[in-house]
Design a protein around this ligand. Structure first.
Ligand SMILES: C[S@@+](CC[C@H](N)C(=O)[O-])C[C@H]1O[C@@H](n2cnc3c(N)ncnc32)[C@H](O)[C@@H]1O
Ligand code: SF4
Length: 305
């Protein structure tokens, strides 16, 4: 009987799942975005139900029955057939009676492939949060980085999750358009704000928008483009200015909206946190402060994914 849980390394998980039990359900990702390392040295697969259950059993032996959160790895675990996901979530609930939520990374297209009914079944079983990479609301940029999703896909996928009562936690990449063309940065910020405005629900549920700042890791397509000079990274000033355009253009009709905004990931120059759009002015104040006191920004060598 093994006492080790299987992981296909390197392991990527959202910062907010730091204390969760991580269970490898898929390996790699079925997409291949230009900026992402998820597929480096990995070949996509969905692990067998038997192998995943064995890891859940092992976790139960190691950690006991008090696990409250599980995050199913890897890059787009939502691609897993609904029946398989349901079987595994139900099994986890039996092993861990105090389980409060399961979470996955989800590409918008994988959400759209599931029906409202399937998403509701998953939600009722225990899938309570999905981390969706928007990256941008600007279609030209989404296409340029091979995201294989449009702004409209992100809007529809977000609404589908919300209808099923699965919490949306979306990420946007600051600086994704690069420094070659300032028009792209403006459009990226403006269109992303418009996307976020359009998905704002009309109730007071909690949902999350997190900004990461672009890193260009070796092995990615973007790294090659940077090496040939086809892509130029933005500096911290350009990144913060882009973020300011995004914040300024947030305009929710629902004044009870509870959209938690964060840019406190290790890739960011300036940690920011607030509720959109209630804290708009405060966030802009902190960004302006960062712009005029660059010595307070996270140094380049401390930035990481
Ligand atoms: C492991 S991915 C999973 C998301 C999910 N597969 C999707 O595409 O919707 C998590 C997120 O990390 C962010 N990310 C990945 N590579 C990045 C990079 N090089 N720089 C900044 N953020 C990055 C993106 O926002 C990405 O959506
Ligand atoms: S960002 Fe998401 S969809 Fe794109 S390659 Fe990475 S894990 Fe896959």
């Amino acid at each position: 009987m093994s006492n080790q849980i299987y992981y296909c390394k390197p392991v990527f998980r959202p910062p907010s799942e730091a204390n969760s039990l991580l269970i490898q359900l898929t390996e790699g990702c079925t997409y291949q975005c230009d900026f992402c390392m998820s597929n480096l040295n990995k070949r996509f697969k969905i692990r067998s139900v038997h192998a995943v259950k064995r890891d859940l059993d092992t976790a139960r032996r190691i950690y006991g029955q008090n696990i409250r959160r599980i995050f199913f790895l890897d890059g787009n675990a939502m691609v897993t057939p609904t029946d398989t996901l349901l079987e595994l979530i139900n099994y986890a609930c039996e092993l861990f009676p105090k389980l409060e939520r399961c979470g996955v990374y989800a590409h918008s297209k994988d959400i759209l492939k599931k029906s409202d009914e399937q998403l509701t079944q998953l939600s009722e079983a225990g899938l309570k949060i999905a981390y969706v990479g928007f990256e941008s609301g600007y279609n030209k940029l989404l296409k340029a980085v091979n995201k294989h999703a449009t702004k409209q896909d992100h809007i529809e996928a977000s609404k589908k999750l919300m209808r099923a009562k699965i919490t949306l936690s979306a990420t946007v990449i600051n600086g994704l358009g690069g420094a070659n063309n300032p028009e792209i940065s403006k459009k990226h910020a403006f269109e992303t704000a418009d996307l976020v405005n359009k998905i704002c629900p009309d109730d007071d549920r909690t949902w999350y928008i997190a900004f990461l700042s672009l890193m260009v890791p070796p092995g990615t397509k973007l790294y090659e483009k940077k090496a040939t000079g086809d892509f130029q990274e933005m500096n911290s000033t350009q990144i913060l200015q882009e973020l300011k355009v995004f914040i300024k253009n947030i305009d929710f009709e629902n004044e009870n909206a509870n959209c938690i905004f964060r840019s406190n990931h290790a890739s960011n120059y300036l940690p920011l946190k607030g509720v959109l759009e209630r804290d708009k002015e405060k966030i802009i104040y902190v960004i302006n402060n960062g712009l005029s006191h660059q010595e307070n920004l996270r140094p380049e060598f401390y930035r990481a994914l």
